[in-house]
Design a protein around this ligand. Structure first.
Ligand code: NAD
Ligand code: AKB
Length: 321
């Protein structure tokens, strides 16, 4: 049984994917890796950890060779808002990183998971029930790297028979690790601020509708896709997946059902608002449902109840409150 390498493992997704994989397959089989050093309280359980910079081809190759890796979950990337601040760095991390991973996968016959995003779409894409196959002309560096990444995965699958699989993930909501600089981060921050201060200042306008998903569903989707029968997969670039679609005002209403005093105000950040306005309002994920039986467990109501109870458990409230 070859081992599994997770790049960017200390981020929002890796912090929950790694413990889930370790629980399912055994801690020693999962090699977590990141550019950062592991913080003492990292929520990823016990198991091997490697420093791997995905922009350095030999570091990826060496990790794959030494640990006898058979599957790579490639999570390392710069997210949309950070990528707009540093487009050159974003190109290097998101594209060189993926290329290095695909090359290692070609040479060592690994399966690869690539997380694309709703950011792979742009203003000329149909924004409601966005189809699986449609116009992809994003106007952000993040989106450019996601479309290019999807195409590169398709190419490696067709040309070199690398078993690439991908998801176009919506904004992810979670409590284990903070989000890493995306446009949808508000949907995580709002819970911490609601529990601590009963107040949140949102950088997106009240009617900005975007697709979202709770992290347990995202982790389940990633694993389900990776374990799906290859013969049933029509798409090797990335599958649309979604669980819910809401606006900041609707999320505030859902939180208010648990914290009646919760108040939200809006101070719009033009950069992140422009990014959000260029993304779909809701995805059509019927291809994922048909090909590998995708279906989410959490909607806005159940996600909000769970996030709030876990946020309170984690003592996000100020001391003495
Ligand atoms: P994150 O920003 O929380 O984590 C990314 C990790 O990559 C960080 O720990 C960072 O240290 C690491 N990293 C950065 N540069 C690196 C390098 N050169 N080498 C190795 N590691 C490096 O991101 P995330 O939210 O966990 O997202 C993971 C992937 O999923 C990304 O590709 C992202 O675009 C995609 N995605 C995330 C979301 C979301 O809402 N979180 C939605 C859609 C797609
Ligand atoms: C971001 O906002 O950049 C991410 C994403 C949807 O890709 N959360």
């Amino acid at each position: 049984m070859r081992r599994i390498l997770v790049t960017g493992a200390l981020g929002q997704i890796g912090s929950e994917l790694v413990p889930t994989l370790r629980e399912r397959l055994g801690a020693e089989r999962i090699i977590a890796s990141d550019l950062r050093t592991v913080p003492p309280q990292a929520p990823m359980g016990q198991g091997p950890y490697e420093h791997v910079d995905c922009t350095q081809p030999y570091q990826i190759l060496e990790a794959v060779r030494r640990h006898e890796i058979g599957v790579i979950y490639h999570l390392a990337a710069l997210l949309s808002a950070r990528a707009e601040e540093q487009p050159q760095v974003a190109w290097s991390v998101n594209m060189d990183g993926l290329y290095n991973v695909l090359e290692a996968a070609r040479q060592y016959r690994c399966q690869v998971f690539f997380p694309s995003s709703i950011g792979a779409f742009g203003p000329s894409t149909p924004r409601d029930r966005t189809p699986q196959v449609t116009i992809q002309r994003p106007t952000t560096m993040y989106g450019v790297t996601k479309v290019s990444g999807e195409l590169l995965c398709d190419y490696y699958a067709a040309r070199f028979d690398v078993d690439t699989r991908g998801l176009r993930l919506p904004g992810l909501i979670s409590h284990a690790a903070p989000p890493g600089g995306g446009t949808t981060d508000y949907a995580v921050e709002i819970f911490r601020q609601a529990v601590r201060y009963e107040h949140y200042t949102c950088y997106l306008g009240p009617q900005t509708r975007l697709d979202m998903m709770y992290m347990p569903d995202a982790v389940a989707a990633i694993i389900k896709l990776m374990e799906a029968d290859a013969a049933r997969l029509r798409y090797r670039n990335a599958y649309n997946v979604t669980a819910m679609s809401f606006t900041p005002a609707e999320l505030a209403d859902a939180i208010r059902r648990h914290i009646p005093a919760f108040a939200i105000e809006y101070r719009v950040d033009p950069v992140r608002q422009a990014i959000a306005d260029s993304w779909p309002r809701s995805l059509d994920d019927s291809a994922a449902r048909d090909d590998w039986n995708w279906s989410p467990r959490f909607d806005i109501k159940t996600m909000t109840a769970d996030m709030l109870s876990r946020s309170i458990e984690k003592r996000w409230a100020p001391k003495g409150a």
